[in-house]
Design a binder for this molecule. Structure first.
Ligand code: SF4
Length: 244
């Protein structure tokens, strides 16, 4: 049986997809996002081995709480690194009626990615940056995998939640939100768009790990600016309200 590498498990999660969810944070990530909260999830060798039986057992314990729209989310790290494992796991979850979501950064694509997208009930897509150069500055990855992921999501017509972290000085502008609106305008299946304000909660983790925190000195996003930016977000297919 194919094995997986796990970072951690969160039960009763309520921020990684709809409803109450069991969240499996998979180990390994090719990106090096400047604001990453989980730098300890980057190296595959740091995770612990798991198998589908273990995850199924854990996921089943949450079933009384999932309701109509809860279930399981595979997050990370970057779960697409473990595509073969995810495909098999999601097939097993489906057999027992557990809904599955994949939380991906679009920084990785291989021969299994398409199959992962096909199996998932919902995709949470973190748009790191709409501009390819800035995307690379922020993640140390190329943007190409993101476009392949988007192509597959569209082809399989999968429901999608768009997530965007807003960082002062990087993308906290009206122009950026306009570029985001443009970037996602062809998605017909967007169910939710979340703008998440940058915060500094991860700094201590970097210190403990002896790692440099490259956004040191960048302030947290203010609530008011976040509200202003959220008001500018347009769901694909909907006209922007004209200013009077
Ligand atoms: S994709 Fe996620 S886990 Fe990977 S570096 Fe970026 S924020 Fe961290």
């Amino acid at each position: 049986m194919v094995k997986g590498k796990l970072h951690s498990i969160e039960t009763f999660g309520s921020v990684d997809g709809p409803g109450i969810r069991t969240v499996f944070f998979m180990q390994g990530c090719p990106a090096r996002c400047l604001y990453c909260h989980n730098p300890d999830s980057w190296k595959m060798s740091d995770g612990r081995e798991t198998d589908i039986d273990e995850l199924l057992h854990r996921a089943k314990r949450g079933m009384p709480y999932y309701g109509n729209n809860g279930g399981v989310t595979f997050s990370g790290g970057e779960p697409m690194l473990q595509g073969e494992f995810l495909i098999e796991a999601m097939k097993r979850f489906k057999e027992v009626g557990i809904n599955t979501a994949i939380d991906t950064s679009g920084t990785y694509y291989d021969k299994n990615t398409r199959g992962v997208i096909e199996q998932a009930d919902l995709l949470l897509l973190d748009i790191k940056h709409t501009d390819s150069e800035k995307f690379t500055e922020l993640t140390a990855c190329k943007q190409d995998p993101l476009f392949k992921v988007i192509e597959d999501i569209k082809e399989f017509n999968k429901p999608i939640w768009i997530r965007q972290v807003i960082v002062p000085g990087i993308n906290d502008s009206k122009e950026y939100i306009e570029s985001l609106n443009e970037f996602i305008k062809d998605f017909k299946t967007v169910e939710n768009i979340e703008l998440l304000g940058y915060h500094k909660m991860a700094i201590d983790k970097y210190k403990k790990l002896g790692m440099e925190y490259k956004l040191d000195g960048v302030p947290e996003m203010g609530k008011e600016v976040m509200e202003e930016l959220r008001a500018l977000v347009r769901f694909p297919g909907k006209e922007m309200k004209k200013a009077c």
